[in-house]
Design a protein around this ligand. Structure first.
Ligand code: PMP
Length: 432
């Protein structure tokens, strides 16, 4: 496979952009490959600058649920661009998208638009703190909520760990109010709430963990989290940046029947343009300026191009049968991958997880239920698998800890080709 132009561009990029990329995982560092510089995309396929074509399961890390360059989304963006790209003033489009989100997501009565998932979680936490007048937040090990200082905190060993920042540049003081507990472990959360409950403003969680591979919640765990937080007046924040409009139109909360107080969105609601949003109970949302005292703002928030792309995307998703179609395709892929692993004789050494149109294969025989389990995965083996898939024209996430997304644009043929390629790639993996 010729990648000379991508190589050249990467070298050039490194001169002007730190690490050559605008988001770290794009550098393909952990899989030891040349990052592909993408020239164009259509439906389920992307093309790099050397002319190589790939079936894309990254889907821009989730937003492209309709596939790339969906005709109605593209048309709406073009039409809006003619009318201006930003006004810094209210528009009818914002009202329309906000109403669509409120109608689709059970717990959301009011919603504010921002420009990224990071901004959404950052603002939701500030709001929860302002609303409750409390300081601490609880997050779960391995959940990613964007690069917000207080949320870039990893857990060390032991049951709970007070904030140790994962990145230099975050003073310990900024992270010390963050408590981390293991996912799917209700006793750990209960102990933390018993001890610090009086000063806990919020519990924030990805209802389905999709940034440490794919870790599914036990339903009783989600139910108990809701119960414990409600009992103590702690704001429960669902970070639905990935799961929102992905698991169902109403996100994970509709899927599992759990009602959080606040929710964060991004990705799909912007149809591939930079967007985020956070919303929830009106009583809490009204604490935001200008109605209330908690400050939050944005020059480009509610950007009209992003709004029309989001509106068109949600309009498509609301059509009957879309989520059934996504589920079927997701199932075809995940079942096919298992079959490929069986044929290659390594099924027992792998752990497969999937839900609706999201899936992953971990290179570990451990049944992954939390972050520590996920870390048992052999990332070297994943890198071998990834490279062999890429060589065969299948573009997976360049990290063991990122998931595969299926879009409505993926065809049966795409998935069949992917499964065939996977059998070859699994055979390349010698040691797990
Ligand atoms: N929350 C979750 C669950 C995410 O997956 C991400 C990004 N992948 C974010 C927040 C941050 O979103 P963004 O990259 O748009 O800032």
């Amino acid at each position: 496979m010729k990648v000379s132009r991508s190589k050249e561009l990467f070298e050039e990029a490194k001169k002007y952009i730190p690490g050559g990329v605008n988001s770290p995982v794009r550098a393909f560092k952990s899989v030891g490959e040349t990052p592909r510089f993408i020239e164009r995309a259509k439906g389920s396929h992307i093309w790099d600058v050397d002319g190589n074509e790939y079936i894309d399961y990254v889907c821009s890390w989730g937003p492209m649920i309709l596939g790339h360059a969906h005709p109605s989304v593209v048309e709406a963006i073009k039409e809006q661009a003619e009318k201006g790209t930003s006004y810094g003033a209210p528009t009818e489009l914002e009202v329309k998208l906000a109403k669509m989100i409120v109608e689709a997501v059970p717990s959301v009565e009011k919603v504010r638009m921002v420009n990224s998932g990071t901004e959404a979680t950052m603002s939701a936490i500030r709001l929860a703190r302002g609303y409750t007048g409390k300081n601490k937040i609880v997050k779960f090990e391995g959940c990613y909520h964007g690069h917000v200082d207080a949320l870039l905190v990893k857990a060390g060993s032991g049951l709970t760990t007070f904030g140790v920042p994962t990145s230099p540049g975050i003073p310990e003081d900024f992270a010390k109010h963050t408590i981390t507990v293991p996912f799917n472990d209700i006793d750990a959360l209960k102990r933390v709430i018993d001890e610090y409950g009086d000063d806990i403003a919020a519990v924030i969680m990805e209802p389905v963990m999709a940034n440490a591979g794919l870790i599914l919640p036990e339903l009783s765990f989600l139910e108990k989290v809701r119960e414990l937080t409600a009992d103590r007046g702690i704001v429960l924040i669902f970070d639905e940046v990935i799961t929102g409009f992905r698991l169902s139109l109403g996100g994970a909360q509709a899927y599992f029947g759990i009602t959080p107080d606040l929710s964060c969105f991004g990705k799909i609601i912007g149809g591939g343009l930079p967007v985020g949003a956070f919303g929830g109970r009106a009583e809490i949302m009204d604490y935001l300026a200008p109605e209330g005292p908690v400050y939050q703002a944005g020059t480009l928030s509610g950007n009209p191009l992003a709004m029309v792309a989001g509106i068109k995307t949600l309009e498509e998703l609301k059509k009957p049968g879309v989520y059934e179609e996504l589920r079927e395709k997701g199932k075809k892929l995940s079942e096919g991958m298992k079959e490929a692993a069986r044929s290659a004789g390594i099924y027992d050494k792998l752990c497969f997880k999937s839900i609706e149109s999201i899936s992953i294969v971990y290179f570990t025989s451990v049944d992954v239920k939390n972050y520590q389990d996920a870390l048992t995965s052999n990332t070297e083996a994943y890198a071998v698998f990834f490279r062999k898939m890429l060589e065969q024209g299948v573009y997976l996430a360049p990290s063991q800890f990122e998931v595969a997304f299926v879009s409505t644009a993926h065809t049966d043929e795409d998935i069949e080709r992917t499964v065939k390629a996977a059998e070859v790639a699994f055979r390349e993996v010698r040691e797990i």
